[in-house]
Design a protein around this ligand. Structure first.
Ligand code: ATP
Length: 899
């Protein structure tokens, strides 16, 4: 018999499990040992060796290997061996960089792996889906991805979208009844749910019947294994730049070789010089360092509780100009406490701290605690709030109480506990026979309960204004009264009164239905209710959000609150947080529904709060903002948020309350669900981009310097100022470490006081091109002058002049690297602010000394020891490119202050 043909008991027996208690941990360990983890086999991973060899397949390395071959053929073995050695060192550097990048991306994958709720040793626990075993009892709800193949044993309006398996995009309604037919297709197995499919509505419980490669998904898993590597827009631009530079390199090589040969240099030397220059012209290290900078940035973000799921988001983050954020839990603490209750014209308050279920009730205008038993409507409201509820309260060892489940429901539970109610006892008196789960579009949840006499009632809790709309009567002085316009106005002003105190409000209503009736839809349940009253709860803002909103403002980023909560509550909190200012507007969901995207576009720039909206509205808001030219970050947690998250430039999902579907659609996941984390991620995003600009500037200016010194020397009919192997050394070995260290630089102080960068900005924008050319030019000229001076002093000793030029070039670059840390000038930053850079520069200097002063290396690098007196000239000339231009900055600044 197959699982869909069995009833619950059979499944329990066959799988040797316990549907009430779940599996025991020891049993789980055994099952994992026996059947392995619940994973789909991954595609082939590149081995370390392959990764190492892949370092040698780019164009630049091939050119060099060609040079090795020719040197070898001509008998120039030392050159050939030196080039091979440099290529290998360079290969190792690239290998380690890529390994590091790969490792951190793998760690990311682990972090964003889905979690599931399962019953173990009688307790519901969250575990990584990979640890599920056959026999586990699994709980899932709207927005979850099913973790393994399960036989459903409980279904509450459960609908699952199975397009990944069946191609059918319409969700299928799921039930628990056994199917009396052996051979049914996946699409017809209504009592089964399959790994990788998505719950679009309702909630359910199932028993795992297959895991890993044994699941239906596992059977077709090889179709899913072509993981693509994403590259970021900047990486793409750099690749394009690389192609242009290859052409430039070839032309330059031809030019230099041609001029050099005409000037009387020998062909072999000129050929090697040409090859070295070609290598100098191509910024081969750049793409690798960009990847490293991005992935290290991603790691720093994890430390700040933000997980980047899509690498390009790191770049886009720096361009964000609007953050649209949920209120509840993201801007507020999501720690709710009922403080006010209202029914039939009476208001009560309740005291107590947090979720501690001890507190007393008072009449609003009195300090004397009341006897609950005398307040019928209050009792009813508390009882119903407790039954129409999935939250549970746990006491930790530290006497701290925590809510397991939705905090709003937790608050209702705690309020009822303060009045002495116990959920289990209530459920002995009333049986819950049906349930219609909460969703953010309806903004309600309902249950059908049956008392001991068989009488049945619908109990609904939800957004008060919605309940007012579906109620036909109201409880007033313990009696049902018609819901006249006057009554509605009374209720409305009670709602407004609670909301204006920044309280989140929930209304409770009910109706009696004939015994033994089954209700088919929530529409049928949620109509003609009797409105009982309201519970108002505080949800204090997170303390750090106000400052974060202010910092965003200074950074040219607008914060918009989008909430399902009441307009007045939203207004009160947005004002407290500095989001809503007198000039800004509030729009509610109804107005939004009646607006076209074009109409919204006209006003959207002035709106700071969207309240009582449904998730579906978010897409409209994103589109309107994007049409106004904004780069939008949008948060969300539920299934219905997914389209907006996907469309936003930066989709942000909540790590704690977010569903799998929202997380999968997002580019960024907030581990702590905190608005301030978005701000921190944006800051990091800006910093990463600035750091990338820093080393692009450094590497390209260095390359320009190397090329120009050679080119000018050829044009001036001078001997070669640098031996090819020296160019290779500088280019491939000395430059690498400082460039990496620039990638780790701290942001400049004003990084969050500039406006967001335009996403269309090119690599050389904001003066970068000029900086590269001007610094590169001066580095080239300084090196050339050093060479000419040394050569004139001692024309017989060319190697000495070449060593001087080599040292000047290296030092000029290593001084220039400090200038690259700032968009403004070397003087605005403390040189010891980035100790990685200081150490990188020290090691590059030491490496240079080794090449110059270590005798065994001298014949290879054609170097000779430099005399102490020449170091002064070398350092002086090396400082010129940086300090000449920095001097002009200072002069300009002085002029500005004088004016
Ligand atoms: P945000 O979008 O900022 O997270 P929110 O949490 O208020 O705001 P929803 O969860 O969509 O948005 O809730 C909308 C309204 O539905 C709430 O203001 C409340 O009145 C009501 N509500 C929230 N949770 C429940 C629930 N579990 N049961 C019944 N009604 C609820």
């Amino acid at each position: 018999m197959k699982f869909h043909e069995m009833n619950e008991r059979d499944v329990e027996k066959v799988l040797n499990t316990d549907l009430k208690e779940g599996l025991s941990s020891t049993d789980v360990q055994k099952r994992i040992k026996q059947h392995g983890y619940n994973e789909l086999a991954e595609g082939e991973k590149q081995s370390a060796l392959l990764l190492f060899f892949s370092q040698f397949k780019d164009f630049m390395v091939l050119v060099l290997l060609g040079a090795v071959l020719i040197s070898g053929l001509l008998g120039e073995y030392i050159d050939a061996i030196a080039i091979v050695a440099i290529v290998i060192i360079n290969g190792f550097l690239g290998f380690f960089q890529e390994r590091k990048a790969e490792k951190s991306l793998d760690a990311l994958k682990e972090l964003s792996a889905p979690q599931v709720s399962t019953l173990r040793d009688g307790q519901w626990v969250k575990i990584p889906s990979k640890e599920l075993v056959v026999g586990d009892v699994l709980k899932f709800a709207s927005g979850d991805r099913i973790g393994a193949d399960v036989r459903i044993i409980d279904s509450k309006s459960l609908e699952i979208e199975e397009s990944a398996l069946t191609g059918e995009s319409l969700p299928v309604a799921k039930t628990t009844a056994r199917i009396d037919k052996g051979d049914v297709g996946i699409g017809d197995m209504e009592n089964m749910a399959f790994m990788g499919t998505m719950v679009t509505r309702g909630a359910g419980i199932g028993v795992v019947v297959a895991t890993g490669m044994k699941t239906a998904m596992g059977q077709i898993a090889d179709l899913l294994q072509n993981a693509e590597t994403v590259i970021t827009p900047l990486q793409r631009k750099l690749q394009e730049l690389g192609k242009i530079l290859i052409i430039v390199a070839i032309l330059l090589t031809i030019l230099v070789v041609f001029v050099g040969v005409i000037q009387g240099n020998d062909l072999y030397t000129m050929f090697l010089a040409g090859v070295s220059l070609a290598v100098a012209a191509i910024p081969e290290g750049l793409p690798a360092i960009v990847t490293v900078a991005l992935s290290l940035g991603v790691q720093r973000m994890i430390k700040n509780n933000a997980i980047v799921r899509k690498l390009p988001a790191v770049e886009t983050l720096g361009c964000a100009s609007v953050i649209c954020s949920d209120k509840t839990g993201t801007m507020t603490q999501n720690k709710m406490t009922v403080t006010h209750l209202w029914s039939g014209g009476n208001t009560w308050t309740v005291d107590g701290v947090g979720y501690d279920p001890h507190g007393r009730f008072y009449r609003a205008d009195s300090k004397q605690p009341i006897d609950i038993k005398k307040e019928k409507s209050l009792q009813q409201m508390l009882m119903f709030g407790m039954m129409c509820n999935h939250a549970s309260l746990k006491e930790k060892e530290s006497n701290e109480f925590i809510v397991d489940g939705d905090p709003t429901e937790g608050a209702l539970l705690v309020a009822a506990m303060k009045a002495g109610y116990n959920r289990d006892l209530l459920l002995n008196q009333y049986e819950i026979v049906q349930e219609f789960p909460f969703d953010s579009t309806r903004k309600m949840m309902s249950i059908v309960i049956k008392d001991v006499n068989g009488r049945q009632f619908v109990v609904t809790k939800g957004a008060p204004d919605v309940l007012v709309g579906i109620s036909e009567s109201v409880l007033w002085d313990g009696k049902r009264a018609t819901f006249s316009t006057d009554m509605k106005n009374n209720v409305q002003s009670a709602i407004n009164n609670l909301a204006s105190q920044a309280l989140r409000t929930i209304a409770i209503g009910f109706k009696e239905i004939p015994a033994k009736t089954l209700i088919f839809s929530e529409k049928e349940a949620e109509k003609d209710l009797t409105f009982i009253g309201l519970q108002g709860m505080i949800d204090p803002p997170r303390p750090e959000v106000k400052l974060a909103v202010k910092e965003c403002k200074e950074a040219g980023i607008k914060t918009v609150m989008i909430t399902g909560d009441h307009v007045i509550t939203a207004k009160a909190i947005a004002t407290q947080l500095g989001i809503l200012t007198p000039k800004k507007k509030v729009l509610d969901g109804n107005t939004l529904t009646n607006m076209t995207t074009e109409e919204l576009e006209e006003v959207v720039d002035d709106v700071a709060v969207f309240a009582r909206v449904s998730p579906e509205h978010k897409l409209k808001i994103v589109k309107a903002l994007q049409n106004r030219g904004h780069v939008v970050a949008m948060t969300g947690d539920g299934v219905n948020d997914a389209p907006a998250i996907k469309t936003a430039d930066i989709g942000v999902a909540m790590g704690i309350t977010g569903t799998d579907v929202a997380k999968e659609a997002s580019a960024l996941v907030l581990l702590d669900d905190n608005f301030a984390t978005i701000k921190a991620a944006i800051k990091e995003g800006r910093n990463i981009y600035e750091n990338i600009r820093k080393f692009i500037r450094y590497l390209l200016a260095s390359n320009v310097g190397e090329i120009l010194v050679m080119l000018f020397a050829m044009l001036l009919a001078l001997p070669l100022p640098l031996v090819p192997i020296q160019i290779l050394w500088v280019n491939l070995v000395t430059d690498g470490l400082p460039a990496m260290a620039l990638g780790l630089d701290q942001p400049e102080g004003d990084v969050m006081r500039r406006n967001p960068r335009s996403p269309k900005e090119g690599i050389f924008a904001r003066g970068l091109g000029w900086k590269v050319v001007s610094r590169g030019f001066l580095i080239g000229i300084s090196t050339l002058i050093a060479f000419i001076i040394a050569n004139n002093e001692n024309p017989e000793h060319l190697a000495y002049a070449q060593t001087v030029a080599f040292a000047t070039l290296v030092m000029a670059q290593l001084i220039h690297v400090f200038d690259c840390r700032s968009e403004k000038s070397i003087f605005v930053r403390n040189p010891f602010g980035n100790m990685y850079l200081v150490w990188a520069v020290i090691s590059s200097v030491l490496l240079m000394f080794v090449v110059i002063y270590y005798p065994p290396l001298q014949p290879i690098f054609h170097t000779v020891p430099i005399l102490a007196k020449d170091w002064i000239m070398i350092l002086g000339l090396a400082a010129v490119p940086t300090f000449l231009l920095a001097g002009t900055f200072l002069a300009r600044k002085r002029k500005e202050t004088v004016v």
